[in-house]
Design a protein around this ligand. Structure first.
Ligand code: COA
Length: 333
């Protein structure tokens, strides 16, 4: 089904912010029963970034947003909505988006967070798309920001090797146009029956915070890696095909895929099933690992910076994350 809206939603600028501290596989070898070779061969990751004391989803997110605004040539006063996609909010409340708003001085914006974990950015983009295409807002900021390092069990070699910290941002603008351009469509999905597959079980709503819960490591990430792997490939491919079909486009029309950066073998399997050459797939997980909801906007920004994405190109975003949540987005750049 093709959806028609009165306006287009264009990405005018992108930005990212990565913490300076680098944690290499060799560093992990010193504290874990693992090896650089195992991590590289099974995941493609060589190193990841770790937030310093004082850095958080809001500080990284605000820096990424400033870069995106400056590249878009948009003044902060013009921003009407700030959506922060994060699963590592600064505090329980208020939202990380409100801290970003304060940091930016975006006095004219409404600001809120969304929780869709690694799929956060595609879900956030989908919300922005509706507000822009229906004409409600003219300028929207979508930020993916995570400090995953704070949720790791650093003694669990099956998870802590995978994740990293960082933020990416896009500035979107409503435009009138005869031809569809910018965000062509977004497609988001969830399966709560698989909520336990990838979970941080500690919280505040179900059980109060307790010393016991901390000792039981309930505030760290637990994952069934193999099950997640299989479902990721299947769902990312399905969502990608739906996005193309919805717009009457084919795999041949695609210029670049910007997939979620979780595991090189997932990225290769998705590219293979979509019959897209891996050279047309943006990959930076070797340097950053899985940065959750920040992964796609960081990769998108890098693809724009390095000339992989150019005006007129058809760009596909595709992701799966905890929830489970998954989705895809098609952009005519
Ligand atoms: N270093 C060395 N050995 C490790 C290891 C590590 N860091 N982690 C696991 N192993 C061991 C396992 O204990 C197992 O040993 P065994 O055979 O003696 O039992 C062996 O390596 C194989 O483990 P397995 O779990 O089968 O590896 P895998 O090839 O499935 O890779 C993941 C594990 C986690 C890298 C992979 O399943 C994955 O990436 N899944 C998707 C995760 C993901 O993307 N999640 C986020 C989605 S947003």
């Amino acid at each position: 089904m093709t959806y028609r809206f009165p306006y287009n939603a264009r990405i005018l600028g992108t930005g990212s912010c990565l913490p300076e501290k680098v944690l290499t596989n060799q560093d992990l070898e010193k504290t874990l029963d693992t090896s650089d070779q195992w991590i590289r061969e099974r995941t493609g990751i060589r190193e990841r970034r770790i937030a310093a004391k004082g850095e958080s989803s809001s500080t990284l997110g605000a820096r990424a947003a400033r870069q995106a605004l400056s590249r878009a040539g948009v003044a902060v006063e013009e921003v009407e909505l700030i959506i922060v996609c994060t699963s590592t909010p600064d505090v329980i409340y208020p939202s990380t988006a409100c801290f970003v708003q304060r940091e930016l001085g975006a006095a004219n914006a409404a600001a809120f967070d969304i929780s869709a974990v690694c799929s956060g950015f595609v879900f956030g983009l989908s919300i922005a798309e509706q507000y822009l295409k229906t004409g409600r807002y003219k300028t929207v900021l979508v930020i993916g920001a995570e400090v995953n390092s704070r949720l790791m069990d650093w003694t669990d070699r099956t998870t802590c090797i995978l994740f990293g910290d960082g933020a990416g941002a896009v500035v979107l603008r409503r435009e009138e146009s005869e031809e569809p351009a910018g965000i062509l469509s977004t497609h988001i999905f969830s399966d709560g029956n698989r909520a336990d597959m990838l979970i941080v079980p500690g919280g505040i709503g179900k059980e109060p915070v307790s010393t016991q819960a901390v000792e039981d490591k309930l505030y760290t990430l637990k994952m069934d890696g193999q099950a997640t792997f299989k479902v990721a490939v299947k769902r990312m491919v399905e969502a990608s095909k739906e996005a193309l079909a919805c717009n009457g486009l084919t795999l041949e029309d695609l210029k670049v895929i910007v997939p979620h950066q979780a595991n090189m073998r997932i990225i290769e399997a998705v590219a293979d099933k979509l019959k897209v050459d891996i050279s047309r797939t943006m990959v930076n997980l070797d340097r950053y690992g899985n940065t959750g909801g920040a992964s796609i906007p960081i990769a998108l920004n890098e693809a724009v910076e390095n000339g992989m994405i150019n005006p007129g190109d058809l760009v596909l975003l595709t992701v799966l994350g905890a929830g489970l949540t998954w989705g895809a987005g098609l952009i005519r750049w």
